[in-house]
Write a protein that binds this ligand. Structure first.
Ligand code: GDP
Length: 471
């Protein structure tokens, strides 16, 4: 734990709290957080590691209310295949990223910035809930708003429902873009009805979800959609403090022949500057250059700016968090510690939810909610299970079905389970081979059943601590 306070100060606080500590002793996250709060600093868990072990390796100051300023929203486009996600992103870029900066060329860096009425919106260039949830499984939260694209001639489809559930699980507000309005068979009312059937109640229907009819192909109503994004962003009041060291998240990274390791980072808080010493996951370095999506070289990048940076020791992963630290030495030290810790942890295993361990996890108060994903061969079974699941809740655990669908258990299901700490139950379906190995890696518990009653019986037994161990 790295805190800019003297050891004695920390120890005396610990003793004050009733914890006897010595200089070299490791303390748990809760204690660290308490001390930090008393000393007036905020503790941010390094989520990637926190998943494995509750420990902090860097601490950033709490932002004072008066230092917080509005920041632009970061948006991801989701929806069923062929409903027009890519076309919509293209249309948005085409209408809004017209004026090229002097000497700049529009670059693909993984995120695009557009402007409407002088206000900025950042779009992640990889559409779909798969990328979104893969990031979340790594502990990253970049997306502020999800645009759900639904083709007006096709309506709500399986991946539409997946996208809804993934966005809901992440508690990200949704704006619906009813696309392909130019088409003959466009029926927006049917889309609204089907959305309502799936728990998305739009404004005209008395709900609070904004919907905008658009045509990505013709470029119709794109401005209205962008205005709605800004409106929702204003309501949500996204804020950050531009006057502090940067914190951000990597959305894309690769090794470039000429430039070395490059990473596109969304700055989420603070301002990133050329020459800043940074740690990103297990890589570190000094920001040598920053380029935005318009190909413009920047000297500094404030909150909600997408920049491609160079100067890193290694290629980080999408979802890795960037933190700007005091100097190179600090950056190197944190990165080295992380590498060592990962090596250690590869030996240990993490605390993922499993039916076998459920009862003790509940008893220890580690779990208050059991998230379940249901996959089955027919829709009837999915519905039956989802309805029965709710009834299993007791005063200790709430059983919540976060997603259900027809078909094999996919890698996306496993990522959602991993991100939401859920278990997956399948009826007369099997995991794809990719899903099986991913589930092993992510330690996601998949249970397969033929009979619904058996599944409910197992869940109930697990909650009561009476499940026969699975061999
Ligand atoms: P994605 O799979 O969701 O990214 O969908 P695409 O953007 O690739 O679009 C799938 C198909 O729908 C392409 O052939 C597009 O040209 C077409 N498409 C997308 N938006 C519209 C639209 O507004 N109107 C019409 N008529 N076609 C569209």
């Amino acid at each position: 734990v790295a805190i800019k306070k003297s050891v004695n100060e920390v120890i005396s606080k610990l003793i004050h709290m009733g914890v006897m500590a010595t200089i070299n002793q490791e303390i748990d996250f809760e204690s660290a957080e308490k001390i930090a709060n008393e000393l007036g600093i905020e503790v941010i868990k390094n989520e990637v590691e926190a998943k494995e072990e509750e420990e902090v390796d860097f601490i950033i100051p709490i932002d004072k209310e008066e230092d917080l300023k509005f920041r632009p929203p970061v948006v991801t486009v989701m929806g069923h295949v062929d409903h027009g996600k890519t076309s919509l992103l293209d249309a948005i870029r085409k209408t809004k990223v017209t004026e090229k900066e002097a000497g700049g060329i529009t670059q693909h860096i993984g995120a695009s910035e557009v402007e409407i009425n002088g206000k900025k919106i950042v779009f992640l260039d990889t559409p779909g809930h798969e990328a979104f949830t893969a990031m979340r499984a790594r502990g990253a939260k970049v997306t502020d708003i999800a645009i759900l694209v639904v083709a007006a001639d096709d309506g709500v489809m399986p991946q539409t429902i997946e996208a809804i559930n993934h966005a809901k699980a992440a508690e990200v507000p949704i704006i619906v873009a009813i696309n392909k309005m130019d088409k003959e068979g466009a029926n927006p009312d049917r889309v609204k009805q089907e959305l309502a059937d799936n728990g998305i109640l739009i404004e005209e229907w008395g709900g609070d979800v904004v919907s905008v009819p658009v045509s990505a192909l013709k470029g119709t109503n794109i401005d209205t959609l962008l205005e709605m994004i800004l409106l929702v962003a204003e309501m949500e009041n996204f804020r950050a403090n531009p006057n502090r060291k940067a914190v951000g998240t990597v959305v894309e990274a690769q090794l470039d022949k000429g430039k070395g390791s490059v990473a596109t980072v969304i700055v989420q808080n603070g301002t990133l500057k050329i020459g800043d010493s940074v740690v990103i996951g297990t890589s570190h370095g000094r920001v040598r250059a920053m380029v935005n999506s318009k190909g413009k070289n920047l000297k500094q990048a404030g909150p909600s700016t997408a920049v491609e940076i160079t100067g890193l020791s290694d290629v980080p992963l999408a979802g890795d968090q960037l933190i700007a630290v005091a100097d190179d030495k600090k950056a190197r030290e944190i990165a080295t510690n992380r590498i060592n810790k990962i090596k250690e942890q590869q030996l240990k295993s993490s605390q993922k939810i499993s039916l076998d361990a459920l009862f003790s996890q509940v008893q220890e108060g580690q779990i208050k909610e059991l998230n379940v994903i249901v996959k089955a061969d027919v829709q009837g079974s999915v519905e039956a299970v989802r309805q029965s699941l709710g009834k299993l809740s007791n005063d200790k655990v709430v059983v919540k079905s976060i997603h259900g669908g027809v078909g094999a258990i996919t890698e996306t299901d496993v990522m959602l389970a991993s991100a939401s700490n859920a278990i997956i139950i399948g009826f007369n379906v099997r995991p794809s081979s990719g899903a099986s190995s991913l589930a092993d890696k992510e330690e996601v518990d998949i249970r397969l059943y033929k009979i619904i009653y058996n599944a409910l019986e197992d869940l109930e037994a697990a909650m009561k601590g009476m499940l026969d161990p699975e061999f």
